[in-house]
Ligand binder design. Structure first.
Ligand code: SAM
Length: 309
């Protein structure tokens, strides 16, 4: 089936997107074919075998060097029709995406990033409605900065866009571009409390597939945000795998894959607990069913501090 991104989004996501779809992505047409039962079975067996072989790389402190190298050159590409800053190569390697938790073959290597742009646009606008008057966004684990470039392109002023990552190669590259504010970018390491930084004005914390890299070691960072006077709340789009039901094979594979790669674990329970202890409130989370080949990785959760805004 040939389908335009805008139609795909309206059909497979339970939200009205029309106002939120950037035109250059909305009109792109892709071919979409649901995997047959046999294909799904084959995919599941192969992935399950890979998980059991335990050869997949694990997230954690020892991966810093790999991220540095990746963001230097080996893991990025530039296509100025999509972004003025490089995009991670891993986005283009999938020939399969997940919609409503099911697996689909795609013929366009940019399909995932196009859909993500629509989702980022939608969820960030939803967050802005919750945090009236707050225009400042700080992306933690911002990588090449392409998400922030996108926010700039859809109207967020560069003076209000901040980015942090542990990879110096990524931060150095962003600082060289002219359309974001050099002084708003710096290194931080989720595993090192002393490295944490934030804007010196009220901000919404944003993470996009970066807290995933911390496994169970996200608590110091989240406590930093909870205790930070300027942080009004956060939007995290992450593989919160515990929320996925065990009832379908693709979702089961996603759960196992996340655990095997040491991705974010215990995040939702931690947030629930802190509704009691840190005076925060989870406003929304959404099992939108969207993901890449191996994981349903883009589950948004929005929280805010009680009494702020
Ligand atoms: C999957 S990438 C996502 C990057 C970016 N958010 C994007 O959407 O392209 C994960 C990012 O988290 C960063 N990261 C991993 N571990 C980190 C840590 N301990 N502290 C800060 N950043 C970290 C990596 O350098 C990388 O940029």
């Amino acid at each position: 089936m040939k389908i335009r991104i805008i139609e795909l989004v309206e059909k497979y996501f339970d939200i009205t997107f029309v106002d939120f779809v950037p035109k250059q992505f909305a009109d792109c047409e892709i071919s979409l074919t649901k995997l047959s039962k046999n294909e799904e079975l084959l995919f599941s067996i192969e992935t399950f075998n890979e998980i059991c072989a335990n050869t997949l790389s694990k997230s954690g402190p020892r991966r810093k060097e790999q991220w540095e190298l990746g963001w230097q050159s080996s893991g990025i590409f530039l296509d100025e029709n999509i972004s003025r800053l490089p995009i991670p190569l891993y986005f283009t390697k999938n020939n399969i995406i997940r919609l409503k938790g099911e697996l689909y073959n795609i013929d366009n290597k940019y399909a995932e990033i196009y859909i993500l742009r629509v989702l980022q646009n939608f969820y960030l606008n939803a967050a802005k409605k919750e945090f009236v008057g707050i225009n400042c966004i700080a992306e933690y684990g911002c990588g090449t900065g392409h998400n922030l470039d996108f926010l700039n392109q859809i109207g967020f002023g560069k003076e209000n866009l901040y980015g942090y990552d542990w990879a110096e190669s990524a931060i150095d590259r962003i600082k060289k571009c002219s359309f974001l504010e050099k002084s708003n970018f710096d290194t931080i390491d989720y595993f090192d409390k002393l490295s944490f930084k934030s804007p010196n004005k009220e901000f919404i914390a944003f993470t996009f597939a970066s807290l995933e890299q911390t496994g169970v070691n996200f608590k110091n960072f989240m406590n930093y945000l909870f205790d930070n006077e300027n942080c009004v709340g956060g939007l995290h789009i992450e593989p919160i795998w515990e929320l996925l039901p065990n009832t379908s094979t693709p979702r089961l594979i996603s759960r196992l894959y996340c655990q095997n790669r040491n991705y974010l674990t215990g995040f939702f329970d931690f947030m629930k607990l802190n509704e009691e202890f840190k005076n925060i409130k989870i406003l929304n989370y959404n099992l939108n069913g969207f993901g890449s080949k191996f994981i349903e990785g883009y589950i948004p959760i929005i929280w805010k501090k009680n009494g702020k805004i």
